[in-house]
Each structure stands twice: as C-alpha cells, then as structure tokens.
Design a protein around this ligand. Structure first.
Ligand code: CP
Ligand code: NVA
Length: 306
C-alpha cells in the first residue's frame, strides 16, 4: 500500500479526520485518568526537521513520542546536511531507511511535497508557508470538546489570508462548517483554495460585521515567519482588524476564541483578550499533544477503535 502522508487536511477523508478528533479526545482522557501508560511506539522514532522556529510544535511532537514509548529526533536545518545543500529527496531516502515517520516545518510547500514523494515513511506537515494542518486538528478538537459537533456552525477568520487561514478553509470543507474570512484588500487567501471550498467560505471586509452571531472567532499574527521585514507595513494595513472583547460581544453568546499562538498582544488581539473566558487558547495549545498522538498512531498503526 502507498505510504500515507499528512501534508494538508485534504490528504485524509472527512471520515478519517472525524475519527482523529474522536480518538484524540479519547487519548487525552486516557492520559488524564491513567497517566502515560499507553505506549504503542516502543523503539519507534520520529525525525523532526525544523527550518523555522517553534515552541508548541516541537514540544508536542517530542512529548507525544516520549509518552507513547518512542523517541523523537530534533533536526535543525542549521546542523544537518540539509543546511549545506544535500537534496531534500536524498535526505528523505536516507531517513526512510532509519526512522518510522518524519515531521517537517519548512518554508516551501512544494519542497515538502518533494520530500514526501521520495519518502517511504509517513511525512507530516508541521507548517509550511501555505498550510498548518496539525494546528487545525487541535483547533477542531478544542471546538468539538467544548461545543460538540461543528458541522453547520459558523467560524470567522479575522486577518491575513495565510497558512493558518488556508488550513481553516480546508477544515471548513472537511468538517462541513461555514467560514467567513475577513481580511483587508490584498491579503486574501489563495484563490484556488477558496474556489475549491465553494459556498462554505465567504470573503468579508468589515470585522465587526463578520463577527456577528459567530460560533467561533480566530485570528493569527499579521506577519508570519519569513515576513518580518513587512511588519511595519502590515501593522498599517491591518489597522481595524484587531480582535477585541467588544468584537466577541457581537458574536453568539457561547462564542469561542482560538489563536494558534504565538500571539502579539496589542496587535492582532487586544492586550487583555487572552484573559477573557471565551478565549480557550491554552486548552487549544495543549490539544496539539493529543491531536498529534492520534495522528501519529493513525499513520503508524492505523485505526485503533476502543
Ligand atoms: N502554533 C504553533 O505551531 O506554534 P509553534 O510555532 O510554537 O510551534
Ligand atoms: N502564520 C504563522 C503561524 C505560526 C504558528 C506563521 O507562519 O508564522
């Protein structure tokens, strides 16, 4: 059978993704009740290639592997031959000889696809310039844990049409909810990704209007990793797009606020937003661990229904 990879949410069926969310919640409950006693990955290894910075992604994957009885290797492009020009396909072939799965955080999504095409073991996208699907597993898990079934609900993305926005669009397709993307002119998500989502996703310009009656509001930094030089221009262009408590007041009474983090208080969110009980970002961050355990388990062992 062909090796399965997780490069975007579209690599899995809706049914498989729903299974992962259910399974992640079960794994989380098991950890709370019994501690890290479920160790299906004895002697299994995950290579983690990082070409960009990370706190949550590195710690959650490394902890997931350790708690499952396996091992994770942190590989910075600065310290490996990748940083000295060894072709990514060669690196993929070599790692396939030794490890059980590879996780990559990099710039080019095409580079990630080239790596996966040459890999004989599952490859996981841990963020590219275009997508961040692992974050969406944790986000949909959090939404589901707190509010039940997400199908038919309305989420609102405020801000840049970036990698996180693209993955929210794919999530709207796969989990069948409505998504309003509210961004300034010139910061829209990619047209092909939007077109493929059809009527589930709409583009709006007024954040206050977009927030109206929303079930969930989410945002992200205005300048992503690699866009640091655009910071000042983006701060000006995104003026009026800050998510605040007043904006949440316009949404549904039980609205939730998510942010993949790291957040810039006083920029894309008000200084105090993360202290508001409607903001559930710490639970969201913690769910990276459980959602990725479910993902790793599925890629290495297949479905485990209890
Ligand atoms: N949300 C997220 O991916 O965080 P890190 O950049 O810290 O991994
Ligand atoms: N859009 C952000 C997400 C960080 C987790 C970035 O790419 O830097």
């Amino acid at each position: 059978m062909a090796t399965r990879h997780f490069l975007t949410l579209l690599d899995f069926s809706s049914d498989e993704l729903s299974y992962l969310i259910r399974r992640a919640i079960t794994i989380k409950n098991g950890l709370k009740t019994h501690g890290p006693t479920y160790t299906p990955f004895s002697n299994r290894t995950l290579a983690m290639i990082f070409e960009k910075s990370s706190t949550r992604t590195r710690v959650s994957f490394e902890t997931a592997m350790a708690q499952f009885g396996g091992h994770a290797l942190f590989l910075s492009s600065r310290d490996t031959q990748l940083g000295r020009g060894e072709p990514i396909e060669d690196t993929a072939r070599v790692l396939s000889e030794m490890v059980d799965a590879v996780m990559i955080r990099t710039f080019s999504h095409q580079g990630l696809e080239a790596f996966a095409a040459a890999s004989e073991v599952p490859v996981i996208n841990a963020l590219t310039d275009d997508y961040h699907p692992c974050q969406l597993l944790a986000d949909v898990m959090t939404w589901t844990e707190l509010r039940g079934q997400v199908r038919g609900k309305t989420a609102v993305w405020i801000g840049d049409g970036n990698n996180m926005c693209h993955s929210w669009i794919n999530a709207a397709r796969q989990f069948d909810f409505q998504l309003r993307v509210c961004c300034p002119e010139g910061y829209e998500p990619r047209q092909d990704i939007l077109d493929a989502a059809g009527e589930r996703v709409s583009i709006l310009r007024d954040p206050q209007q977009a927030a109206q009656d929303a079930d969930l509001i989410t945002t992200d930094v205005w300048a992503s990793m690699g866009q640091e030089e655009e910071q000042a221009k983006r701060e000006a262009d995104f003026s009026g797009f800050q998510v605040s408590e007043a904006m949440l007041d316009r949404a549904a009474k039980d609205v939730l606020f998510l942010h993949c983090l790291p957040a810039h208080r006083g920029e894309e969110i008000s200084a105090t937003l993360l202290d508001d009980p409607r903001a559930v970002v710490w639970q969201e961050a913690g769910n990276r661990l459980h959602a990725q355990k479910a993902l790793l388990e599925f890629l290495l062992l297949g479905r485990v229904e209890h």
